[in-house]
Each structure stands twice: as structure tokens, then as C-alpha cells.
Design a protein around this ligand. Sequence first.
Ligand code: PLP
Length: 387
Amino acid sequence: MPDSNVRIRLASPDLGEEECEAVYRVLRSGVLTNGPENEAFAQEFADRHRVRFGVTFCTGTAALNAMLLAEGIGPGDEVIVPSMTFVATATSVCHVGATPVFADIDPRTFNLDAASVAARITQATRAVMTVHYAGQPGDLDGLARVCAAAGVPLLEDAAQAAGAEYRGRPVGAFGRSAMFSFTPSKNITTGEGGIVLTDDPDVAKRLRLLRNHGQTGLYRHESLGHNWRLTEMQAAIGRVQLGKLDGILERKRLIAESLTRRLTGVPGLTTPYQVPDTRGTWMLYTCLLPGIRDQVLADLLDQGIEARIYFPPVHRQPVFAERAGGTGLAAPLPVTEAVAEAMLSLPVHHRLTEAEVAEIADAVITAVGRASASAKVTARPMPVGAR
Ligand SMILES: *Cc1c(COP(=O)(O)O)cnc(C)c1O
């Protein structure tokens, strides 16, 4: 947890009077769940991403579980996922009884590498789940080709990617279905919450049943389901937040560009790569600092700048280390490992002032300078006899 020394935080949700008013409106209406706010939020979010159907969920993780169940994925099935992601991408596969198979990533975008995915496809593969790291779409054309050749669907864990675009088209429609999260670290939030988008009416129907106890009429339960509903208060907040999305993304893009301008050319540091003809969401601003990352991180925290490693790779987590040895789980992931050793995410939230952006960049430059100086001393000790 960040300590009180931190002056500049990683994330800062944009919640104001409008969200408060929306919650009051719902509370006064007396309809707290299963109501019009959920229907409206789902449709508005789907429209924004040019997808036909949206089904809201109480968390992004529940939405991921529902997306896999709606695809009919279960025991004996394999789902190819990146290890460079939040743990839920992979654990949701386990929760439906299937096996996550980790594929390696592109060293520039940290998104799935299509060739590595192709190499992990087996007879048991039922889906490929891509993650848009930091909200930047990866090689969606390459993944679509691999999936088509193997006859398996592409699914999107678009948790970080609300509003992102790939070749002029919003994410969310590249996979057969796509999940988004509204937990507070994301660009827009409902406190907790998630949604699945799909163009397929059958998938949408199954998602609704999964969310609400398989209920098709009052106390008529056609299939196995859960209570994975989002409250009406949260859906109402989500509608206000969705209206702010483009402004937040535009402000973050300017901040990220300013950071990149200030940090380009700093020896030992690589600024985030941008895929041509895409629009990311700058959920994260992730640099590479091979050999000096840990020192730079400690230095930044000392200087009051909150920085963090997003993410320690999932396949290294104890929960998966114990499952290694299964199908493909233990396969090497050299790019993921190398990136994980070097990556560091800096604050990039939309409330940062230009002065704070300058302060972050100056702190990074100072920290990198100090770390490189001491790294050189360690790597190349003074020859004996030299002064
Ligand atoms: C945030 C996130 C999730 C989980 O979403 P929750 O709403 O926190 O359950 C899943 N996958 C990725 C890539 C995420 O960033």
C-alpha cells in the first residue's frame, strides 16, 4: 500500500456531483437491482464500442467467468492466455474447470505474440484470450489469423481498454465476446463492476442467464446461474462515467505524450511503444529499465512518486507454480520473464498537471542517473592500481 510520503499517485478516479446525483436518483426510485439503469448502461456501453449486446456484471472477474461459461468452456479444455496480465485472466479459466496455457508476448507492446500462441495450440484449445495491456490493442490481425486457422474463437480481456481502437474500430468486437472492468484503478469506474460485449444473440442470452440464476420468469430457473448482478446505483454511476470517457482518454494521451517527450533519449530507459493506427487508453505508462528497475522504483518512492510493477507474471505466482507441469503451463516464456524484470509503470492519471508531469519526469531522470552510476560501479569495478 502507498505510504503517506507519496505525493503523486498512480490512479485517481474522476467522481463528482453528477455521480452523486445519479445515485440519489436511483435511491429515490426504489429500484436498486434488475432495473432500467443496468439496461441503459449496458446498451450505451455497447453502442460506444459498436457492438450489439452488452451484459453488465458485479465485477470484471465475474464477467470473465461468465464469458468463458457462455462459450461453453469447461473441464478438459485449454484457453491460451498471456502471463503478463492481472491474475484474473488466468484464474477465471481455472474457475470454470479449464486449463490456462500461457503464451509469450511481444517485447514492445507486452501483448500476446501470435507466433507463440500458434505454437501453444493443441487439440484441447477452445479459445484464445487476448489482453490489451495498458489498454493498447496488440496484434489483433495476427491473432485473428491464428484463431481462424485453428478454428477457435478469440476472446478479449479488455479490462483496461474501454474506448481503445484498432485500425479505427473500437475494441470489443474483435473477439466473439469481450470483457471490460470498472474497478477503481481503471479509467472509468463504478466502484466494482464489469461488462461483456458480444454481437452474438445466443451468447448474450447465456450471459443474462448466468448473471441471474438461469431465471427466465419469476422463479423459473432454466439453467445453472449465479447472482452476478451489478446494482442500479453502480450502473447509474457507470452512465455518467461513460460520458466522461473520451475526455479522460484525451487528457491521458496528452499527459503520456508529454512524459514521452521528456523521457525520450534518457540512457537506459525505453518509453512505451505505440502500435501504429491504434488508440490506446493509457491505463498504464510502462517503461523498460533493464538492470536498474528495482533501484529506480525505490528511488521514485523515496521521492514521493508512486510507481509500480504491472504485473509480476502470473505463471510465477504460487497459485500457478503449483499447477505447473500441466499442459503447457511449464513452457518457457523468455520475453515475459525479461520484460517482467525491467518494467516499471509511472503515474499517468488524467488529473495530473503539467507541473506534476514535469516533476515525474525529473524524478525519473534523477533516479535513472543515480541507478546507472552505481550499476556501472558494480558491473565494472575499478582496476587494481587505478585511483
Ligand atoms: C482489472 C483487470 C481484471 C479484473 O477486473 P475486476 O473488475 O477487478 O474483477 C481482469 N483482467 C485484467 C487485465 C485487468 O486489468
